[in-house]
Design a protein around this ligand. Structure first.
Ligand code: SER
Length: 317
């Protein structure tokens, strides 16, 4: 039987691309997209769409039953930078949405859950280079706290209620189709837009701030790979470290300048610098590579080429 999935937060940066890929793989009618509002016209028009408040258990359940959904991807969340402005709202949204989905799986209304964690689970006391899967985790952002606590609850629901929940710790995700909102790693997308429109970018992080990053295609592949993996191969039920590349704003600017030689960059760090400084520079994801054969495809050069090509095309169309 073909799986029928519900994506909560489908209009967002990752949700929108996950929806498109799943619609190709499972058939349009087997992928129900939902969000708190219709903020992505193309996505809303591309197949079944429902307005769902991720904080509302009954709202989610009603739609799960209506469409006979067996799998939920919970992609709604308030990210790191916005979370620091609205700490209580971030806690409320990120935790209540997770409990709603875990509880639907606990009562067997759905069979499988994907929930993203993040490099934000780590903090200043975590080893920064090749951060291990299991290590000190003392996150300092509200977003990071919700992700760390969420990981504990995922593992708890797996151990105590047999809930098949799967999770990965996304690094910064670089994409050109849908803009991210409110993250600390967003600079790595803004920079491409500004390089094309203005030939200059004023970066909100210092030039030497290295962060783990990944191209969207790789992030979607990882998400679908862990969801397709045999149950017994998913050995970690909190969340898997996941990594592709790491770079600094200066390294990214140098790569862009290879294609746009007149491109210039300046640095005006703001409150997001402190967040970035608390996160790892690079991640050891050998568990994901070993357990469910994770492998990334895009390096910095390939990402830069693809971003500039696609955004230039978008600008003229
Ligand atoms: N990209 C996210 C952020 O910057 C990290 O998961 O908040």
């Amino acid at each position: 039987m073909v799986s029928r999935v519900l994506i909560i937060g489908a209009c967002g940066q990752i949700g929108s691309e996950l929806t498109n890929t799943l619609r190709i793989q499972l058939g349009v009618d087997n992928v129900i997209a939902s969000d708190i509002r219709e903020s992505n016209e193309a996505l809303v028009a591309s197949g079944p769409f429902e307005i769902i408040d991720a904080k509302d258990f009954e709202d989610i359940k009603k739609n799960v039953l209506k469409y006979n959904v067996d799998t939920i991807y919970l992609m709604a969340a308030m990210l790191s930078a916005t979370g620091e402005k609205y700490p209580e709202k971030a806690w409320d949204l990120n935790m209540s949405s997770l409990f709603n989905v875990l509880n639907l799986a606990k009562e067997n209304t759905v069979k499988k859950v994907f929930w993203p964690s993040s490099i934000a689970v780590f903090g200043p006391s975590t080893p920064k280079i090749n951060t291990p899967q299991q290590t000190v985790m003392e996150p300092t952002t509200v977003y990071g706290i919700t992700k760390q606590v969420g990981e504990r609850w995922c593992e708890y629901y797996f151990n105590n209620y047999g809930v098949d929940v799967r999770s990965i710790r996304y690094p910064g995700i670089i994409s050109w189709k849908t803009l991210p909102g409110g993250g600390t790693t967003d600079y790595a997308i803004d920079i491409f837009h500004k390089a094309i429109s203005d030939g200059h970018y004023d970066c909100f992080l210092t030039k030497s701030t290295a962060l783990p990053m990944m191209f969207m295609e790789d992030a979607v592949k990882a998400t679908l790979d862990i969801m397709k993996a045999n149950t017994n191969d998913v050995k970690i039920r909190s969340s898997y470290n996941l990594s592709a590349i790491s770079f600094t704003p200066q390294e990214l600017a140098d790569e862009i300048a290879k294609q746009i030689p007149e491109f210039t960059i300046s640095y005006t760090p703001d409150f997001r610098q402190k967040i970035a400084d608390s996160w790892p520079n690079s991640i050891d994801d050998s568990s994901a590579r070993q357990d469910w054969n994770w492998n990334h495809s895009y390096d910095l050069e390939a990402i830069t080429n693809e971003m500039l090509l696609q955004l230039k095309e978008k600008a003229i169309s």
